[in-house]
Design a protein around this ligand. Sequence first.
Ligand code: NAP
Ligand code: G4F
Length: 346
Amino acid sequence: MLSKKALITGITGQDGSYLARFLLNKNYTVYGLIRRASTFNTKRIDDLHNNVKLKKKFKLFYGDLTDETSINNLIKDIQPNEIYNLAAQSHVKVSFENPVYTANASGIGTLRILEAIRTLNLKTKFYQASTSEIFGNTKPPQSENSIMRPCSPYGAAKLYANEITRIYREGFGIYASNGILFNHESEVRGETFVTRKIIKGLVRIKLNKQKTLLLGNLYAKRDWGYAPDYVEGMWKILQQKKPDDFVLATGKSYTVKNFIYKVCKNLNMKIKFKGKYEKEIGYNENGRAIIKIDPKYYRPLEVNSLRGNFSKAQKVLKWKPKTSFSEMVRKMVLNDYKEEVGSNNK
Ligand code: NAP
Ligand code: G4F
């Protein structure tokens, strides 16, 4: 049987790197869209890229979601069976600083792909990386039917992408589905997202490589799952007879502060917080201030509480998260500990 062709945008990102491995294991030929950068940006997939045995199964092409021509040409040349649109300016805080670019890449970028599928008259199945950020401050638990009222330029761009995906499905009969994913993390999570930032920072403090960790809002709640579990859900979404939208989540949520306590426990560190608001400080067992608040990490608007209801995915896709919160934190801490100790010995 001929192997299926999948095109992944955002293949150099956290999810793209896991999805590429998942699809290669399922015998897909994987095509990845990468951006040209002045430094190497393929660290997460270099082992695949440099593997001679994968030469025919794993191919990378330059392009950009803001560049219609590159998107059109790539889709026309590859004629993929499935497209996973994971590319985005994905940082919520950055979206307040770069709102127009975020709308262009994370919002209109989706439309560019859908238009290519439509005008080329392809039978390609399309997956859109939608997000729990589209719910904004709608009361948890949030499901596919909850009110969508985002609180950031990123959330607004992603809501546009979510809706244009639905409109192309309903209006043009394109097989197009949204995976509305709640936060998911891993050993290769970007270091500016709060989970990895906390773990890296506390590991480095433990190893005396860093004095303090600066953070923003400690009281926001997130539903944090493990990224490798979620890429399986993305694939399952595109294997359904009919296209549809699905929430993927764990159904549990924790504050940023809870996350800090959990990491400290894993590192055998004691932490005690004193003070309020911007003056809140986390002290270690020797009374040294190791966590401080820096208001520059506050957002003009905050999404206070996210907790997903994934019962539709459980029922229809037979999907549920496999990795517990504790196990995920343990894996991430171990990875960064090894990485930081290893970099000492280089
Ligand atoms: P990520 O690590 O930030 O990766 C984003 C990817 O998009 C990178 O490969 C990046 O390329 C690429 N990219 C950015 N702008 C682009 C452009 N203009 N043209 C082409 N590629 C571009 O994100 P992630 O955590 O893997 O998330 C994957 C997707 O799911 C994103 O769309 C994100 O918004 C969405 N999402 C994530 C979560 C989560 O908790 N992780 C939850 C819900 C939804 P470079 O490597 O060159 O920067
Ligand atoms: O880790 P975060 O930056 O993730 P956020 O904003 O929830 O967005 C992530 O999840 C979304 C799904 O819900 C994705 F769509 C999106 O692409 C991204 O992957 O921040 C989590 C929370 C926020 O409430 C933030 O205010 O942590 C708080 N926080 C506190 N201090 C911080 C910091 N966030 C960051 N990035 N850096 C801090 O120093």
